[in-house]
Design a protein around this ligand. Structure first.
Ligand code: SF4
Ligand code: SF4
Length: 94
């Protein structure tokens, strides 16, 4: 993974158009069949080279909805985010 959308997502749609690499799909295209938006980890670049912080999380109105997760090998990731923060429960925007 890279950043991950959690189950408190309200499917508002604010994040999807902010992603510079079209890594986000809406609830109707969620490959896990969940009623939330989804980030494809093999597409997400954590906005490296695009934004100072992940644009999806900046746009999201739901506190703590988007969290850090482990990046996929070969994908850009933010070196300042430590491995222990990539535990699937640390919000990208605090
Ligand atoms: S962190 Fe950036 S690249 Fe990754 S899903 Fe969010 S907006 Fe897209
Ligand atoms: S902006 Fe946040 S709450 Fe809205 S669809 Fe995206 S992840 Fe879900």
């Amino acid at each position: 993974m890279a950043v991950k959308i959690t189950d408190i997502c309200i499917a508002c749609g604010s994040c999807i158009d902010e992603c510079p690499v079209e890594a986000i799909v809406d609830d109707s295209d969620n490959p896990k069949g969940e009623d939330i938006y989804y980030v494809y980890p093999d597409k997400c670049v954590e906005c490296v080279g695009h934004n100072d912080q992940p644009a999806c999380a900046s746009a999201c109105p739901t506190d703590g909805c988007i969290v850090w997760d482990a990046p996929v090998d070969g994908q850009p990731s933010r070196s300042e985010i430590s491995a222990d923060m990539r535990n699937g429960s640390t919000p990208v925007v605090q």
